[in-house]
Design a protein around this ligand. Structure first.
Ligand code: R5P
Length: 265
């Protein structure tokens, strides 16, 4: 692997090979998402615990201090909305020049395998990979399900993850699933990170699925709402960080979470 590509990947994945990415890109299709109305304020207390920040160029430029030391994963697909016809009908909305100008360490785009726009989506991925590989910039493919949340099961996610890796994604983001999550990992030749999905009822559910996903071979998480939409975002991200980088179990993470809330850690 070329030096630039390896260097960027090493900035994202820590020495243990694991990563905690913090996505705040939700506004790109759903507007001012709850708790993300002012993204700069949302990330202030929690960014220090993340290994990378995922967002669009608009939020980067307007809400993030250029002195930031964390690597940027720039979302470059979009031009759809929750009130539009079909979330899968995305285009790439950021040029390679802009990606370089804004010093992104990686880019990400959604891929809608099995949708009406499957071919467009995957062709967009292929073009983006070609452009980014020229400059040593890794592409993280997001296995997106749009509004079809029932697609979050191993058979579909393994298929989608493998296809985007075959096209050239250097990192794949998929959802976690309770049954056979390892099949997604087993069939994917590049690191897989887990997306969080909508906020869960309890914090423990998050610790459980992050722990189980890591045990089954995930390289980390790309977790947003289950951090910054929770009552205690700092306690939440620190507990998740402990699972990812310190090998904590879900119970140990929950204990740490409670200690942080009580001001004892
Ligand atoms: C979708 O809006 C984005 O790609 C998010 O980055 C992704 O869904 C992860 O965020 P969350 O953990 O909130 O689902």
């Amino acid at each position: 692997m070329e030096w630039g590509m390896q260097n960027r990947i090493n900035r994202l994945f820590q020495k243990d090979g694991k990563a905690l990415f913090l996505p705040i890109d939700h506004g790109y299709f759903q507007g001012p998402t709850h708790c993300l109305e002012r993204p700069g304020e949302t990330i202030k207390p929690i960014l220090q615990y993340a290994d990378g920040l995922m967002l669009t160029r608009g939020i980067l430029r307007n809400c993030v201090d250029p002195a930031i030391e964390k690597p940027i994963i720039m979302r470059v697909s979009g031009a759809v909305s929750v009130v539009g016809e079909d979330l899968a009908n995305e285009s790439v909305v950021t040029s390679i020049q802009e990606i370089i100008r804004l010093n992104a360490s990686a880019v990400s785009m959604s891929c809608f395998v099995g949708s009406k726009y499957e071919n467009k989506s995957l062709t967009n991925l292929a073009k983006l990979v070609d452009e980014c590989e020229d400059y040593g910039i890794p592409v993280m493919a997001v296995c997106a399900v749009g509004k079809e949340l029932e697609k979050r099961e191993a058979r579909y996610l393994a298929l989608a993850a493998r296809i985007v890796a075959e096209i050239g994604a250097r990192v794949v983001k998929t959802y976690y699933c309770k049954e056979n999550f390892h099949k997604i990992i087993d069939g994917c030749p590049v690191p897989v990170v887990i997306a969080g999905g909508p906020k869960t009822d309890t914090q423990r559910e998050v610790f459980d699925f992050v722990y189980d996903g890591m045990q089954q071979g995930a390289a980390g998480v790309n977790l947003g709402r289950n951090i910054w939409q929770t009552e205690y975002p700092v306690a939440s991200i620190r507990a998740i960080q402990a699972i990812i980088h310190k090998g904590f179990t879900a119970q140990e993470a929950e204990d740490l979470y409670n200690q942080i809330i009580a001001g004892k850690a």
